[in-house]
Design a protein around this ligand. Structure first.
Ligand SMILES: CC(C)(COP(=O)(O)OP(=O)(O)OC[C@H]1O[C@@H](n2cnc3c(N)ncnc32)[C@H](O)[C@@H]1OP(=O)(O)O)[C@@H](O)C(=O)NCCC(=O)NCCS
Length: 129
């Protein structure tokens, strides 16, 4: 095994996400897809496994989001050092004091659009093929 990721249907407090996603403040919980883990085998770090895993995350989320009614892809970075890694993928931080990050479903789909993903997604698949 080169690596794995784990996704689950989850919900987050609606107030801050409602605001961030332009839905207005909402006290109710909002459905999200939670990326609970992405991990590459230690001796394969930096070799394209991470990007291939992220491409699979985006494809899975794009396919499942409408069924779940999810408004965003959500994660909690394991440490401050990983924030910029996820920002490079297009995730945004919920607030500077928290490690929670999100990506609207439309952004996930944009990342899978061929014109937009030449730099990382296609190359990522080729590298680990
Ligand atoms: C996250 C992961 C899949 C990325 O794999 P990858 O795409 O092959 O990328 P790399 O491992 O080369 O790391 C990418 C960048 O993230 C940084 N990074 C990775 N893990 C980090 C950590 N725990 N703390 C700080 N920075 C980290 C690397 O330094 C690297 O930065 P650089 O490009 O400036 O050198 C891989 O680092 C991993 O499996 N990490 C262990 C599990 C983990 O922490 N998962 C995230 C849980 S939120």
């Amino acid at each position: 095994m080169l690596g794995y990721h784990a996704l689950m249907a989850d919900s987050v407090k609606g107030d801050i996400f409602g605001y961030l996603l332009g839905r207005g403040r909402d006290d109710k919980k909002l459905p999200v897809i939670h990326l609970t883990m992405v991990a590459a085998c230690k001796n394969h770090h930096g070799s394209g496994v991470g990007p291939a895993l992220m491409k699979d995350v985006f494809e899975t989320v794009a396919a499942a989001a409408d069924h779940i009614g999810a408004c965003c892809l959500y994660l909690e970075a394991a440490c401050e050092g990983l924030i910029s890694y996820y920002e490079d993928w297009g995730f945004k931080r919920v607030s500077s004091k928290r490690l929670a990050m999100y990506m609207p479903i439309a952004t996930v789909r944009d990342a899978l659009t061929p014109a937009d993903n030449d730099d990382f997604l296609d190359a990522a698949s080729d590298e680990v093929a």
